[in-house]
Design a protein. Structure first.
Length: 621
Protein backbone atom coordinates (compact mmCIF):
# COMPACT_ATOMS: atom_id res chain seq x y z
CA UNK A 1 0.00 0.00 0.00
CA UNK A 2 1.47 3.42 -0.91
CA UNK A 3 2.23 5.41 2.26
CA UNK A 4 0.42 8.47 0.90
CA UNK A 5 -2.86 6.65 0.20
CA UNK A 6 -4.50 7.38 3.61
CA UNK A 7 -3.62 11.06 3.29
CA UNK A 8 -5.04 11.24 -0.22
CA UNK A 9 -8.30 9.63 0.88
CA UNK A 10 -8.54 11.87 3.95
CA UNK A 11 -7.93 15.01 1.87
CA UNK A 12 -10.69 14.14 -0.58
CA UNK A 13 -13.13 13.47 2.27
CA UNK A 14 -12.29 16.83 3.89
CA UNK A 15 -12.83 18.67 0.59
CA UNK A 16 -16.25 17.08 0.20
CA UNK A 17 -17.18 18.06 3.76
CA UNK A 18 -16.00 21.63 3.21
CA UNK A 19 -18.23 21.95 0.11
CA UNK A 20 -21.13 20.45 2.08
CA UNK A 21 -21.38 17.79 -0.59
CA UNK A 22 -22.79 14.34 -0.02
CA UNK A 23 -20.03 12.00 -1.14
CA UNK A 24 -19.80 8.25 -0.61
CA UNK A 25 -16.42 6.62 -1.02
CA UNK A 26 -16.33 2.91 -1.78
CA UNK A 27 -13.07 1.13 -1.00
CA UNK A 28 -12.68 -2.38 -2.42
CA UNK A 29 -9.80 -4.64 -1.57
CA UNK A 30 -9.11 -8.36 -1.29
CA UNK A 31 -6.08 -8.07 0.99
CA UNK A 32 -7.21 -7.80 4.60
CA UNK A 33 -3.80 -6.52 5.65
CA UNK A 34 -4.12 -3.52 3.31
CA UNK A 35 -7.68 -2.75 4.39
CA UNK A 36 -6.67 -3.20 8.01
CA UNK A 37 -3.92 -0.60 7.73
CA UNK A 38 -6.51 1.80 6.38
CA UNK A 39 -9.44 1.27 8.74
CA UNK A 40 -8.54 -0.79 11.81
CA UNK A 41 -6.82 -0.02 15.12
CA UNK A 42 -4.85 3.22 14.99
CA UNK A 43 -5.21 3.54 11.22
CA UNK A 44 -5.70 7.07 9.84
CA UNK A 45 -9.24 6.36 8.63
CA UNK A 46 -10.42 4.50 11.71
CA UNK A 47 -14.00 5.42 12.53
CA UNK A 48 -14.72 7.00 9.16
CA UNK A 49 -16.17 3.86 7.62
CA UNK A 50 -19.93 3.46 8.05
CA UNK A 51 -20.16 -0.02 6.56
CA UNK A 52 -17.73 -2.89 6.30
CA UNK A 53 -18.86 -5.67 4.00
CA UNK A 54 -16.85 -8.88 3.83
CA UNK A 55 -17.64 -10.86 0.70
CA UNK A 56 -17.02 -14.56 1.11
CA UNK A 57 -15.45 -16.53 -1.74
CA UNK A 58 -17.58 -18.81 -3.87
CA UNK A 59 -18.03 -22.45 -3.00
CA UNK A 60 -17.06 -25.05 -5.58
CA UNK A 61 -20.49 -25.18 -7.23
CA UNK A 62 -20.96 -21.41 -7.46
CA UNK A 63 -17.37 -21.05 -8.69
CA UNK A 64 -18.06 -23.61 -11.43
CA UNK A 65 -21.04 -21.58 -12.63
CA UNK A 66 -18.91 -18.42 -12.52
CA UNK A 67 -16.21 -20.06 -14.62
CA UNK A 68 -18.86 -21.57 -16.94
CA UNK A 69 -17.69 -25.14 -16.30
CA UNK A 70 -20.21 -27.98 -16.41
CA UNK A 71 -17.91 -31.02 -16.05
CA UNK A 72 -17.66 -31.84 -12.32
CA UNK A 73 -14.16 -33.33 -12.67
CA UNK A 74 -12.86 -30.24 -14.42
CA UNK A 75 -14.68 -27.99 -11.94
CA UNK A 76 -13.05 -29.66 -8.94
CA UNK A 77 -9.58 -29.30 -10.44
CA UNK A 78 -10.14 -25.69 -11.45
CA UNK A 79 -11.46 -24.80 -7.98
CA UNK A 80 -8.38 -26.42 -6.44
CA UNK A 81 -6.22 -23.98 -8.42
CA UNK A 82 -8.14 -20.70 -8.36
CA UNK A 83 -10.38 -21.24 -5.34
CA UNK A 84 -13.53 -19.16 -5.04
CA UNK A 85 -12.22 -15.65 -5.75
CA UNK A 86 -14.45 -14.15 -8.47
CA UNK A 87 -11.78 -11.69 -9.68
CA UNK A 88 -9.49 -14.46 -10.88
CA UNK A 89 -11.64 -14.95 -13.98
CA UNK A 90 -10.77 -11.38 -15.03
CA UNK A 91 -7.13 -11.97 -14.09
CA UNK A 92 -6.89 -14.61 -16.82
CA UNK A 93 -8.87 -12.56 -19.33
CA UNK A 94 -11.86 -14.90 -19.27
CA UNK A 95 -9.72 -17.85 -20.33
CA UNK A 96 -11.25 -21.07 -18.96
CA UNK A 97 -10.14 -24.66 -19.53
CA UNK A 98 -12.08 -26.19 -22.37
CA UNK A 99 -11.83 -29.73 -21.05
CA UNK A 100 -9.71 -32.17 -19.09
CA UNK A 101 -7.28 -32.41 -22.00
CA UNK A 102 -6.84 -28.62 -21.98
CA UNK A 103 -6.43 -28.32 -18.21
CA UNK A 104 -2.63 -28.70 -18.03
CA UNK A 105 -2.12 -26.26 -20.89
CA UNK A 106 -4.52 -23.81 -19.21
CA UNK A 107 -2.49 -23.95 -15.98
CA UNK A 108 0.71 -23.18 -17.89
CA UNK A 109 -0.73 -20.23 -19.84
CA UNK A 110 -2.50 -18.65 -16.85
CA UNK A 111 -1.14 -19.65 -13.44
CA UNK A 112 2.48 -20.26 -14.45
CA UNK A 113 2.86 -17.46 -16.97
CA UNK A 114 4.84 -14.64 -15.31
CA UNK A 115 3.06 -12.14 -17.53
CA UNK A 116 -0.38 -12.83 -16.03
CA UNK A 117 -1.74 -11.18 -12.86
CA UNK A 118 -2.62 -14.59 -11.46
CA UNK A 119 1.06 -15.53 -11.35
CA UNK A 120 1.75 -12.56 -9.08
CA UNK A 121 -1.18 -13.41 -6.81
CA UNK A 122 1.06 -15.66 -4.71
CA UNK A 123 2.94 -12.57 -3.52
CA UNK A 124 -0.24 -11.04 -2.15
CA UNK A 125 -1.20 -14.30 -0.50
CA UNK A 126 2.16 -14.43 1.21
CA UNK A 127 1.60 -10.94 2.60
CA UNK A 128 -1.42 -12.31 4.46
CA UNK A 129 0.70 -14.95 6.23
CA UNK A 130 1.62 -13.59 9.64
CA UNK A 131 4.06 -16.48 10.24
CA UNK A 132 6.17 -15.73 7.17
CA UNK A 133 9.60 -14.45 8.21
CA UNK A 134 11.53 -14.81 5.01
CA UNK A 135 9.26 -14.02 2.07
CA UNK A 136 12.18 -14.16 -0.36
CA UNK A 137 12.69 -17.82 0.47
CA UNK A 138 9.03 -18.53 -0.20
CA UNK A 139 9.17 -16.78 -3.56
CA UNK A 140 12.24 -18.78 -4.47
CA UNK A 141 10.66 -22.09 -3.53
CA UNK A 142 7.49 -21.23 -5.45
CA UNK A 143 9.59 -20.42 -8.48
CA UNK A 144 11.43 -23.72 -8.08
CA UNK A 145 8.16 -25.67 -7.91
CA UNK A 146 6.75 -23.78 -10.91
CA UNK A 147 9.90 -24.67 -12.83
CA UNK A 148 9.31 -28.37 -12.36
CA UNK A 149 11.37 -29.13 -9.27
CA UNK A 150 9.49 -31.39 -6.91
CA UNK A 151 12.29 -32.97 -4.90
CA UNK A 152 14.39 -31.66 -2.02
CA UNK A 153 17.56 -31.65 -4.12
CA UNK A 154 15.91 -30.00 -7.10
CA UNK A 155 14.46 -27.16 -5.02
CA UNK A 156 17.75 -26.69 -3.14
CA UNK A 157 19.74 -26.59 -6.36
CA UNK A 158 17.36 -24.06 -7.93
CA UNK A 159 17.56 -21.59 -5.03
CA UNK A 160 21.26 -22.16 -4.31
CA UNK A 161 20.91 -23.83 -0.91
CA UNK A 162 22.06 -27.13 0.50
CA UNK A 163 19.61 -29.97 0.40
CA UNK A 164 19.78 -30.23 4.20
CA UNK A 165 18.55 -26.62 4.47
CA UNK A 166 15.29 -27.39 2.68
CA UNK A 167 12.64 -29.62 4.21
CA UNK A 168 9.49 -30.54 2.38
CA UNK A 169 6.61 -32.96 2.79
CA UNK A 170 5.80 -34.98 -0.30
CA UNK A 171 2.38 -36.36 -1.03
CA UNK A 172 1.57 -39.23 -3.43
CA UNK A 173 1.70 -38.52 -7.12
CA UNK A 174 -1.61 -37.34 -8.52
CA UNK A 175 -3.45 -38.81 -11.50
CA UNK A 176 -3.16 -35.77 -13.78
CA UNK A 177 0.48 -34.70 -13.81
CA UNK A 178 0.80 -31.51 -15.76
CA UNK A 179 3.69 -30.49 -17.97
CA UNK A 180 4.73 -28.00 -15.30
CA UNK A 181 6.11 -30.83 -13.21
CA UNK A 182 5.88 -29.13 -9.84
CA UNK A 183 2.14 -28.72 -10.05
CA UNK A 184 1.39 -32.08 -11.56
CA UNK A 185 3.66 -33.90 -9.13
CA UNK A 186 1.07 -33.43 -6.41
CA UNK A 187 3.52 -32.35 -3.74
CA UNK A 188 2.87 -29.80 -1.03
CA UNK A 189 6.12 -28.16 -0.05
CA UNK A 190 7.17 -27.04 3.41
CA UNK A 191 10.34 -25.00 3.41
CA UNK A 192 12.57 -23.89 6.27
CA UNK A 193 15.72 -21.82 6.01
CA UNK A 194 18.39 -22.76 8.55
CA UNK A 195 19.08 -21.52 11.14
CA UNK A 196 15.52 -20.10 11.33
CA UNK A 197 13.86 -22.56 13.75
CA UNK A 198 10.12 -22.05 13.12
CA UNK A 199 8.66 -23.95 10.20
CA UNK A 200 7.49 -21.77 7.31
CA UNK A 201 4.41 -22.70 5.30
CA UNK A 202 3.91 -22.19 1.63
CA UNK A 203 0.31 -21.22 1.07
CA UNK A 204 -1.52 -20.29 -2.05
CA UNK A 205 -2.62 -21.87 -5.27
CA UNK A 206 0.07 -24.41 -6.06
CA UNK A 207 0.09 -26.46 -2.83
CA UNK A 208 -3.69 -26.47 -2.76
CA UNK A 209 -3.72 -27.97 -6.23
CA UNK A 210 -1.11 -30.49 -5.15
CA UNK A 211 -3.26 -31.62 -2.25
CA UNK A 212 -6.22 -31.99 -4.58
CA UNK A 213 -4.26 -34.19 -6.95
CA UNK A 214 -2.85 -36.32 -4.13
CA UNK A 215 -6.29 -37.33 -2.79
CA UNK A 216 -7.94 -40.36 -4.43
CA UNK A 217 -10.40 -39.30 -7.10
CA UNK A 218 -13.35 -40.99 -5.44
CA UNK A 219 -12.89 -38.78 -2.37
CA UNK A 220 -12.30 -35.64 -4.41
CA UNK A 221 -15.41 -36.16 -6.51
CA UNK A 222 -17.59 -36.52 -3.39
CA UNK A 223 -17.15 -32.83 -2.61
CA UNK A 224 -18.92 -32.08 -5.88
CA UNK A 225 -21.86 -34.36 -5.25
CA UNK A 226 -24.87 -32.91 -3.48
CA UNK A 227 -24.48 -34.03 0.13
CA UNK A 228 -27.34 -34.22 2.60
CA UNK A 229 -27.49 -35.04 6.28
CA UNK A 230 -29.16 -38.29 7.18
CA UNK A 231 -29.58 -40.49 10.24
CA UNK A 232 -29.15 -44.26 10.34
CA UNK A 233 -30.79 -46.22 13.13
CA UNK A 234 -29.70 -49.75 14.05
CA UNK A 235 -30.71 -52.21 16.73
CA UNK A 236 -28.06 -52.97 19.35
CA UNK A 237 -27.39 -56.49 20.63
CA UNK A 238 -25.77 -55.82 24.03
CA UNK A 239 -24.84 -58.54 26.46
CA UNK A 240 -26.49 -58.51 29.89
CA UNK A 241 -23.44 -56.78 31.35
CA UNK A 242 -23.40 -54.20 28.55
CA UNK A 243 -27.15 -53.58 28.96
CA UNK A 244 -26.57 -52.90 32.67
CA UNK A 245 -23.74 -50.51 31.77
CA UNK A 246 -25.94 -48.69 29.24
CA UNK A 247 -28.65 -48.33 31.87
CA UNK A 248 -26.12 -46.93 34.34
CA UNK A 249 -24.87 -44.54 31.65
CA UNK A 250 -28.39 -43.20 31.10
CA UNK A 251 -28.99 -42.85 34.84
CA UNK A 252 -25.75 -40.94 35.41
CA UNK A 253 -26.42 -38.58 32.51
CA UNK A 254 -29.96 -38.05 33.80
CA UNK A 255 -28.54 -37.23 37.25
CA UNK A 256 -26.12 -34.77 35.65
CA UNK A 257 -28.96 -33.12 33.74
CA UNK A 258 -31.09 -32.74 36.87
CA UNK A 259 -28.18 -31.46 38.94
CA UNK A 260 -27.31 -28.87 36.29
CA UNK A 261 -30.93 -27.73 36.14
CA UNK A 262 -31.09 -27.44 39.95
CA UNK A 263 -27.81 -25.49 39.91
CA UNK A 264 -29.25 -22.94 37.50
CA UNK A 265 -32.53 -22.61 39.36
CA UNK A 266 -30.88 -22.20 42.77
CA UNK A 267 -28.26 -19.71 41.56
CA UNK A 268 -30.91 -17.48 40.03
CA UNK A 269 -33.39 -17.79 42.92
CA UNK A 270 -30.88 -17.05 45.69
CA UNK A 271 -28.34 -14.74 44.07
CA UNK A 272 -29.94 -13.57 40.83
CA UNK A 273 -27.06 -15.11 38.88
CA UNK A 274 -27.57 -16.73 35.48
CA UNK A 275 -25.38 -19.80 35.10
CA UNK A 276 -24.27 -20.52 31.54
CA UNK A 277 -23.27 -23.66 29.75
CA UNK A 278 -19.60 -22.66 29.83
CA UNK A 279 -19.66 -22.34 33.61
CA UNK A 280 -21.14 -25.79 34.11
CA UNK A 281 -18.89 -27.37 31.49
CA UNK A 282 -15.83 -26.02 33.33
CA UNK A 283 -16.98 -27.76 36.52
CA UNK A 284 -17.24 -31.15 34.82
CA UNK A 285 -13.60 -32.05 35.42
CA UNK A 286 -14.02 -31.52 39.18
CA UNK A 287 -17.25 -33.57 39.19
CA UNK A 288 -15.52 -36.41 37.36
CA UNK A 289 -12.50 -36.26 39.68
CA UNK A 290 -14.73 -36.45 42.78
CA UNK A 291 -16.74 -39.39 41.39
CA UNK A 292 -14.35 -41.60 39.39
CA UNK A 293 -16.56 -44.70 39.69
CA UNK A 294 -19.70 -42.80 38.70
CA UNK A 295 -19.56 -39.74 36.45
CA UNK A 296 -15.87 -40.35 35.75
CA UNK A 297 -16.63 -43.57 33.89
CA UNK A 298 -18.30 -41.92 30.93
CA UNK A 299 -17.14 -39.77 28.06
CA UNK A 300 -16.46 -36.13 28.83
CA UNK A 301 -17.92 -35.17 25.45
CA UNK A 302 -21.20 -37.02 26.05
CA UNK A 303 -21.59 -35.22 29.39
CA UNK A 304 -20.98 -31.90 27.65
CA UNK A 305 -23.67 -32.86 25.14
CA UNK A 306 -26.08 -33.44 28.05
CA UNK A 307 -25.29 -29.97 29.42
CA UNK A 308 -25.83 -28.48 25.96
CA UNK A 309 -29.16 -30.29 25.82
CA UNK A 310 -30.22 -28.48 29.00
CA UNK A 311 -28.90 -25.18 27.68
CA UNK A 312 -30.88 -25.64 24.46
CA UNK A 313 -34.06 -26.37 26.44
CA UNK A 314 -33.61 -23.20 28.51
CA UNK A 315 -32.93 -21.05 25.46
CA UNK A 316 -36.08 -22.44 23.84
CA UNK A 317 -38.00 -21.54 27.01
CA UNK A 318 -36.85 -17.92 26.90
CA UNK A 319 -37.60 -17.73 23.18
CA UNK A 320 -41.17 -18.84 23.88
CA UNK A 321 -41.45 -16.23 26.63
CA UNK A 322 -40.31 -13.47 24.26
CA UNK A 323 -42.72 -14.68 21.59
CA UNK A 324 -45.65 -14.60 24.02
CA UNK A 325 -46.36 -18.32 23.80
CA UNK A 326 -46.93 -20.77 26.64
CA UNK A 327 -43.42 -21.03 28.10
CA UNK A 328 -43.13 -24.46 29.71
CA UNK A 329 -40.04 -24.31 31.94
CA UNK A 330 -37.70 -27.36 31.57
CA UNK A 331 -38.56 -30.11 34.02
CA UNK A 332 -36.47 -32.52 36.02
CA UNK A 333 -36.14 -35.84 34.23
CA UNK A 334 -37.56 -38.78 36.11
CA UNK A 335 -36.68 -42.40 35.47
CA UNK A 336 -38.07 -43.33 32.09
CA UNK A 337 -38.03 -39.74 30.81
CA UNK A 338 -34.37 -39.61 29.81
CA UNK A 339 -33.62 -42.27 27.20
CA UNK A 340 -30.92 -40.82 24.92
CA UNK A 341 -27.21 -40.11 25.30
CA UNK A 342 -25.25 -38.46 22.50
CA UNK A 343 -21.56 -38.52 21.66
CA UNK A 344 -20.89 -35.39 19.54
CA UNK A 345 -17.98 -36.77 17.52
CA UNK A 346 -17.08 -40.18 16.22
CA UNK A 347 -13.78 -41.11 17.83
CA UNK A 348 -14.24 -39.05 21.00
CA UNK A 349 -15.50 -41.52 23.58
CA UNK A 350 -17.11 -43.66 20.88
CA UNK A 351 -16.17 -45.36 17.65
CA UNK A 352 -18.43 -46.64 14.91
CA UNK A 353 -17.34 -49.93 13.33
CA UNK A 354 -14.76 -50.38 16.07
CA UNK A 355 -13.81 -53.89 14.91
CA UNK A 356 -13.64 -53.66 11.11
CA UNK A 357 -11.61 -56.85 10.92
CA UNK A 358 -14.57 -58.91 12.19
CA UNK A 359 -15.81 -61.03 9.26
CA UNK A 360 -19.55 -60.99 9.95
CA UNK A 361 -20.58 -58.46 12.63
CA UNK A 362 -20.44 -54.71 13.21
CA UNK A 363 -19.58 -53.19 16.57
CA UNK A 364 -19.74 -49.75 18.13
CA UNK A 365 -17.39 -48.92 20.99
CA UNK A 366 -18.75 -46.76 23.81
CA UNK A 367 -16.58 -45.52 26.65
CA UNK A 368 -17.48 -47.33 29.86
CA UNK A 369 -19.57 -49.93 28.02
CA UNK A 370 -17.24 -51.64 25.55
CA UNK A 371 -17.73 -53.00 22.04
CA UNK A 372 -21.47 -53.51 21.51
CA UNK A 373 -22.71 -55.61 18.63
CA UNK A 374 -24.91 -53.84 16.08
CA UNK A 375 -27.58 -55.38 13.87
CA UNK A 376 -26.59 -53.41 10.76
CA UNK A 377 -29.28 -54.07 8.17
CA UNK A 378 -28.07 -51.50 5.61
CA UNK A 379 -24.90 -49.70 4.63
CA UNK A 380 -23.91 -46.42 6.28
CA UNK A 381 -23.21 -43.65 3.79
CA UNK A 382 -21.46 -40.34 4.27
CA UNK A 383 -19.31 -39.33 7.22
CA UNK A 384 -20.43 -40.25 10.72
CA UNK A 385 -20.86 -37.00 12.64
CA UNK A 386 -22.53 -37.93 15.94
CA UNK A 387 -23.44 -41.19 17.64
CA UNK A 388 -26.43 -41.53 19.95
CA UNK A 389 -27.68 -44.45 22.00
CA UNK A 390 -31.44 -44.60 22.57
CA UNK A 391 -33.56 -46.85 24.76
CA UNK A 392 -37.04 -47.76 23.53
CA UNK A 393 -38.76 -50.07 25.96
CA UNK A 394 -36.50 -53.07 26.36
CA UNK A 395 -34.60 -52.41 23.15
CA UNK A 396 -31.45 -50.39 22.59
CA UNK A 397 -30.69 -48.55 19.37
CA UNK A 398 -27.71 -46.66 18.00
CA UNK A 399 -28.46 -43.62 15.85
CA UNK A 400 -25.76 -42.32 13.50
CA UNK A 401 -26.07 -38.78 12.21
CA UNK A 402 -24.05 -38.59 8.99
CA UNK A 403 -22.92 -35.60 6.93
CA UNK A 404 -22.20 -35.53 3.20
CA UNK A 405 -24.52 -38.42 2.41
CA UNK A 406 -24.60 -38.45 -1.41
CA UNK A 407 -27.97 -37.69 -2.91
CA UNK A 408 -29.48 -40.27 -5.22
CA UNK A 409 -31.27 -38.33 -7.96
CA UNK A 410 -33.88 -40.29 -9.87
CA UNK A 411 -34.51 -40.00 -13.61
CA UNK A 412 -37.10 -37.45 -14.65
CA UNK A 413 -40.63 -38.69 -15.24
CA UNK A 414 -42.29 -35.47 -16.39
CA UNK A 415 -45.18 -35.99 -13.95
CA UNK A 416 -46.47 -33.27 -11.62
CA UNK A 417 -48.98 -34.09 -8.92
CA UNK A 418 -50.93 -32.44 -6.16
CA UNK A 419 -51.75 -34.46 -3.05
CA UNK A 420 -54.57 -34.07 -0.55
CA UNK A 421 -54.11 -35.57 2.92
CA UNK A 422 -57.16 -37.07 4.56
CA UNK A 423 -58.53 -39.68 6.92
CA UNK A 424 -60.54 -41.89 4.58
CA UNK A 425 -57.45 -42.09 2.36
CA UNK A 426 -54.06 -41.03 3.64
CA UNK A 427 -53.11 -39.50 0.27
CA UNK A 428 -55.21 -38.68 -2.77
CA UNK A 429 -53.40 -37.47 -5.88
CA UNK A 430 -54.67 -35.08 -8.52
CA UNK A 431 -54.78 -37.91 -11.09
CA UNK A 432 -57.18 -39.95 -8.94
CA UNK A 433 -54.91 -42.41 -7.14
CA UNK A 434 -55.62 -43.18 -3.48
CA UNK A 435 -53.24 -44.46 -0.78
CA UNK A 436 -55.12 -46.18 2.01
CA UNK A 437 -55.01 -45.01 5.60
CA UNK A 438 -54.21 -48.19 7.54
CA UNK A 439 -55.40 -46.85 10.93
CA UNK A 440 -52.80 -48.78 12.90
CA UNK A 441 -53.87 -47.35 16.27
CA UNK A 442 -57.51 -48.31 15.68
CA UNK A 443 -56.46 -51.83 14.70
CA UNK A 444 -54.52 -52.21 17.93
CA UNK A 445 -57.08 -50.43 20.11
CA UNK A 446 -58.57 -53.62 21.59
CA UNK A 447 -55.26 -55.07 22.77
CA UNK A 448 -54.09 -51.64 23.93
CA UNK A 449 -57.26 -51.09 25.99
CA UNK A 450 -56.87 -54.53 27.59
CA UNK A 451 -53.22 -53.86 28.45
CA UNK A 452 -54.10 -50.48 29.94
CA UNK A 453 -56.84 -52.01 32.10
CA UNK A 454 -54.33 -54.54 33.38
CA UNK A 455 -51.94 -51.69 34.14
CA UNK A 456 -54.58 -49.76 36.08
CA UNK A 457 -55.10 -52.72 38.43
CA UNK A 458 -51.42 -53.02 39.37
CA UNK A 459 -49.97 -51.52 42.53
CA UNK A 460 -47.68 -48.57 42.00
CA UNK A 461 -44.02 -49.39 42.47
CA UNK A 462 -44.53 -53.14 42.11
CA UNK A 463 -42.66 -55.43 39.75
CA UNK A 464 -45.90 -56.50 38.07
CA UNK A 465 -46.73 -52.87 37.31
CA UNK A 466 -43.35 -52.40 35.64
CA UNK A 467 -44.09 -55.41 33.45
CA UNK A 468 -47.54 -54.05 32.59
CA UNK A 469 -46.00 -50.67 31.68
CA UNK A 470 -43.55 -52.47 29.40
CA UNK A 471 -46.42 -54.28 27.63
CA UNK A 472 -48.30 -51.04 26.98
CA UNK A 473 -45.12 -49.37 25.75
CA UNK A 474 -44.40 -52.30 23.45
CA UNK A 475 -47.85 -52.00 21.85
CA UNK A 476 -47.42 -48.27 21.30
CA UNK A 477 -43.95 -48.85 19.85
CA UNK A 478 -45.36 -51.40 17.40
CA UNK A 479 -48.02 -48.94 16.24
CA UNK A 480 -45.38 -46.27 15.80
CA UNK A 481 -43.15 -48.55 13.73
CA UNK A 482 -46.08 -49.58 11.52
CA UNK A 483 -47.04 -45.95 10.97
CA UNK A 484 -43.49 -44.93 10.02
CA UNK A 485 -43.13 -47.93 7.71
CA UNK A 486 -46.36 -47.03 5.90
CA UNK A 487 -45.25 -43.40 5.57
CA UNK A 488 -41.93 -44.51 4.04
CA UNK A 489 -43.64 -46.70 1.47
CA UNK A 490 -46.22 -44.05 0.51
CA UNK A 491 -43.60 -41.31 0.21
CA UNK A 492 -41.29 -43.52 -1.84
CA UNK A 493 -44.07 -44.31 -4.32
CA UNK A 494 -44.78 -40.61 -4.83
CA UNK A 495 -41.12 -39.63 -5.19
CA UNK A 496 -40.43 -42.34 -7.73
CA UNK A 497 -43.38 -41.38 -9.88
CA UNK A 498 -43.44 -37.56 -9.76
CA UNK A 499 -40.99 -34.77 -10.55
CA UNK A 500 -43.00 -32.07 -8.76
CA UNK A 501 -45.17 -32.77 -5.71
CA UNK A 502 -47.48 -30.12 -4.27
CA UNK A 503 -49.04 -30.53 -0.83
CA UNK A 504 -50.96 -28.47 1.69
CA UNK A 505 -49.02 -26.54 4.32
CA UNK A 506 -51.15 -27.89 7.15
CA UNK A 507 -51.06 -26.46 10.68
CA UNK A 508 -51.69 -29.80 12.32
CA UNK A 509 -51.23 -28.53 15.87
CA UNK A 510 -53.94 -25.93 15.35
CA UNK A 511 -56.25 -28.51 13.78
CA UNK A 512 -56.00 -30.69 16.88
CA UNK A 513 -56.90 -28.09 19.49
CA UNK A 514 -59.28 -29.37 22.13
CA UNK A 515 -62.95 -28.43 21.93
CA UNK A 516 -63.60 -28.91 25.64
CA UNK A 517 -63.61 -25.16 26.35
CA UNK A 518 -63.78 -23.86 29.94
CA UNK A 519 -66.17 -24.09 32.88
CA UNK A 520 -67.73 -20.75 31.99
CA UNK A 521 -67.85 -21.49 28.26
CA UNK A 522 -67.99 -25.26 27.73
CA UNK A 523 -67.32 -26.59 24.27
CA UNK A 524 -69.67 -28.39 21.94
CA UNK A 525 -69.30 -31.77 20.25
CA UNK A 526 -66.34 -32.52 22.51
CA UNK A 527 -66.50 -36.29 22.02
CA UNK A 528 -66.63 -35.97 18.22
CA UNK A 529 -63.69 -33.57 18.20
CA UNK A 530 -61.71 -35.87 20.46
CA UNK A 531 -62.30 -38.75 18.07
CA UNK A 532 -61.26 -36.57 15.12
CA UNK A 533 -58.03 -35.58 16.88
CA UNK A 534 -57.27 -39.22 17.60
CA UNK A 535 -57.82 -40.10 13.94
CA UNK A 536 -55.49 -37.31 12.78
CA UNK A 537 -52.80 -38.58 15.13
CA UNK A 538 -53.35 -42.13 13.90
CA UNK A 539 -52.98 -41.04 10.25
CA UNK A 540 -49.56 -39.49 10.97
CA UNK A 541 -49.69 -36.57 8.56
CA UNK A 542 -46.66 -34.82 10.04
CA UNK A 543 -44.56 -37.99 9.94
CA UNK A 544 -45.53 -38.55 6.31
CA UNK A 545 -44.72 -34.97 5.23
CA UNK A 546 -41.35 -35.07 7.01
CA UNK A 547 -40.36 -38.33 5.34
CA UNK A 548 -41.64 -37.07 1.98
CA UNK A 549 -39.46 -33.94 2.27
CA UNK A 550 -36.36 -36.01 3.03
CA UNK A 551 -36.93 -38.43 0.17
CA UNK A 552 -37.70 -35.63 -2.28
CA UNK A 553 -34.48 -33.83 -1.34
CA UNK A 554 -32.41 -36.96 -1.81
CA UNK A 555 -34.07 -37.85 -5.12
CA UNK A 556 -33.82 -34.35 -6.58
CA UNK A 557 -37.58 -33.85 -6.67
CA UNK A 558 -39.32 -30.53 -6.13
CA UNK A 559 -41.69 -30.24 -3.18
CA UNK A 560 -44.04 -27.24 -2.93
CA UNK A 561 -46.28 -26.33 0.03
CA UNK A 562 -49.36 -24.19 -0.59
CA UNK A 563 -51.99 -22.48 1.53
CA UNK A 564 -54.73 -25.04 2.26
CA UNK A 565 -57.58 -22.54 2.64
CA UNK A 566 -60.66 -23.29 0.52
CA UNK A 567 -58.97 -26.01 -1.52
CA UNK A 568 -61.82 -28.39 -0.60
CA UNK A 569 -64.61 -25.88 -1.34
CA UNK A 570 -63.39 -24.48 -4.66
CA UNK A 571 -64.48 -26.00 -7.94
CA UNK A 572 -61.51 -27.20 -9.97
CA UNK A 573 -63.34 -26.42 -13.24
CA UNK A 574 -64.88 -22.95 -12.79
CA UNK A 575 -63.23 -21.70 -9.58
CA UNK A 576 -66.50 -21.13 -7.71
CA UNK A 577 -65.95 -21.32 -3.92
CA UNK A 578 -68.87 -22.16 -1.64
CA UNK A 579 -69.49 -24.23 1.46
CA UNK A 580 -72.37 -26.06 -0.22
CA UNK A 581 -70.09 -27.41 -2.94
CA UNK A 582 -69.07 -30.19 -0.57
CA UNK A 583 -71.93 -31.57 1.48
CA UNK A 584 -70.50 -35.05 2.10
CA UNK A 585 -67.06 -36.46 2.76
CA UNK A 586 -66.54 -38.00 -0.68
CA UNK A 587 -68.79 -36.12 -3.12
CA UNK A 588 -68.14 -32.70 -4.64
CA UNK A 589 -70.80 -30.96 -6.70
CA UNK A 590 -70.32 -27.38 -7.83
CA UNK A 591 -73.43 -25.28 -7.25
CA UNK A 592 -72.42 -22.92 -10.07
CA UNK A 593 -71.44 -25.12 -13.02
CA UNK A 594 -72.61 -28.55 -11.87
CA UNK A 595 -69.13 -30.13 -12.00
CA UNK A 596 -69.00 -33.38 -10.03
CA UNK A 597 -65.91 -35.24 -8.84
CA UNK A 598 -64.45 -37.04 -5.88
CA UNK A 599 -63.97 -34.39 -3.22
CA UNK A 600 -60.37 -35.32 -2.45
CA UNK A 601 -59.42 -35.47 -6.15
CA UNK A 602 -60.98 -32.03 -6.69
CA UNK A 603 -59.00 -30.67 -3.71
CA UNK A 604 -55.77 -32.24 -5.00
CA UNK A 605 -56.35 -30.60 -8.39
CA UNK A 606 -56.75 -27.19 -6.73
CA UNK A 607 -53.59 -27.81 -4.69
CA UNK A 608 -51.65 -28.68 -7.84
CA UNK A 609 -52.87 -25.57 -9.65
CA UNK A 610 -51.86 -23.34 -6.72
CA UNK A 611 -48.44 -24.96 -6.49
CA UNK A 612 -47.71 -24.55 -10.20
CA UNK A 613 -48.72 -20.89 -9.96
CA UNK A 614 -46.27 -20.36 -7.09
CA UNK A 615 -43.57 -22.19 -9.03
CA UNK A 616 -44.12 -20.08 -12.13
CA UNK A 617 -44.04 -16.87 -10.10
CA UNK A 618 -40.79 -17.91 -8.43
CA UNK A 619 -39.18 -18.74 -11.77
CA UNK A 620 -40.29 -15.39 -13.23
CA UNK A 621 -38.78 -13.53 -10.28
Amino acid sequence: MPPALPSIIQREIDRAIARDAHVSLLLCGSAMSVMGRLLAGSAPLRGRASLELVVRPFDHRTAADHWRITDPRLAVRTHAVVGGTPAYLRFVGGDTPQGLDDFDAWVQRTVLDPGTPLFREARYLLVEESDVRDSALYHSVLAAVASGNGTRGGIAGYIGRRAADIGHQSLPRGPAASAAGGIGSGRAVKARACPDPPGLRITGLLPGFGRCLSVPWSRRYRVWEVGVRRSFKFLLRPTSRQAAALTACLDDHRTLYNAALEHRRTAYARAGVSVRYGDQSAELKHIRADDPEGQGRWSFSSQQATLRRLDKALRAFFDRVKAGRTPGFPRFKGRGWFDTVQWPKDGDGCRWDSQPEHPAATFVRLQGVGHVRVHQHRAVKGRVKTISVKREGRRWYVVLSCDDVPAQPLPATGVVAGIDLGLASLVTTSDGHHIDNRRHLAACAGRLASAQRELARKKRGSKRRRKAVARVAALHAKVRRQRVDGAHKAALALVRGCDVIVHEDLRITHMMRSASGTIDAPGRNVAQKTGLNRSILDAGWRVFLTILAHKAESAGRELIAVDPRNTSRTCARCGHCAKNNRLTQAAFTCTACGHTAHADVNAATNILRAGLALRQAAQAA
